[in-house]
Write a protein that binds this ligand. Structure first.
Ligand code: SF4
Length: 249
């Protein structure tokens, strides 16, 4: 039985957002992108089998606390100043849940010199959402595709295969709205043939877009190893947390 991530998102928003606040479970500096101050939010409408942040995803009522946009920006700013970092992001689960909250965080970022990496599965970014991101010139959207085809997406996330298209549409909506964006994709489970299908799809979104595809591979945290084993799904390429190649960081 598959699920519709948009329906899950509507239910989740009632749990992880309250007025203009959103639940977060951690604030930290992280090694990705050459160093980035990171706020880990609670709640995601997908259920990826390779997810490393599964406790807040599966227990949104128990995990985290509510923070205002000002709290989030101030904490990120403080981490970035201490570590001399120029980039900020929201990670952990899905940052685009709670649009009003996110847009307020981005408004504060826009008044600073930081750049902001919006990492998202894209399933919630429709045309209107993309247009509301357009005014933020220091935001870059990284749409992380969960597999390469509708069938693979459904196998890896449990979501309806027809909703794979929401991810590709998100990239198109961002580019149409003039939002800086690129695609990445989890390729640990994909055949060469399916990767080629994805590259062809990206070319049909925008000529040349396939060359911008960023490759993602599973990182074998203990909870991820267990989930993959329970699901009987084996990656053909994966890395230990201390063994990620430098070019992927
Ligand atoms: S989209 Fe990200 S946070 Fe959500 S389940 Fe997948 S890996 Fe986890």
């Amino acid at each position: 039985m598959t699920y519709d991530p948009l329906k899950v998102a509507a239910q989740l928003e009632r749990i992880v957002t309250k007025e203009n606040t959103r639940k977060y479970y951690r604030f930290r500096a992280d090694r990705w992108y050459g160093g980035i101050a990171t706020a880990d939010c609670v709640g995601c409408p997908l259920r990826c089998v390779f997810c490393w942040s599964d406790f807040p995803r599966d227990h949104p009522r128990k995990a985290g606390k509510f923070y205002t946009p000002e709290d989030v920006f101030n904490r990120l700013d403080s981490i970035a100043r201490k570590r001399n970092l120029a980039q900020l992001r929201i990670s952990g689960n899905e940052p685009t849940l709670g649009k009003e909250h996110l847009l307020k965080v981005l408004t504060l970022v826009e008044q600073s010199n930081y750049s902001f990496m919006l990492e998202t599965s894209g399933v919630l970014i429709d045309e209107e959402y993309a247009r509301s991101l357009a005014p933020f010139k220091n935001v870059h959207v990284r749409v992380s595709l969960k597999g390469t085809t509708p069938e693979e997406f459904s196998k890896l996330t449990g979501a309806s295969p027809r909703t794979f298209k929401l991810q590709l549409d998100a990239i198109a909506h961002c580019l149409d709205a003039g939002v800086s964006a690129h695609p990445s994709a989890m390729l640990s489970f994909s055949s060469r043939e399916n990767i080629q299908k994805l590259l062809d799809q990206l070319e049909s979104v925008k000529p040349g877009l396939s060359r911008e595809l960023e490759k993602e591979y599973v990182i074998l945290y203990p909870n991820v190893i267990k989930r993959l084993k329970d699901a009987g799904i084996k990656p053909h390429t994966a890395y230990r947390p201390d063994g990620v190649p430098l070019e992927l960081i």
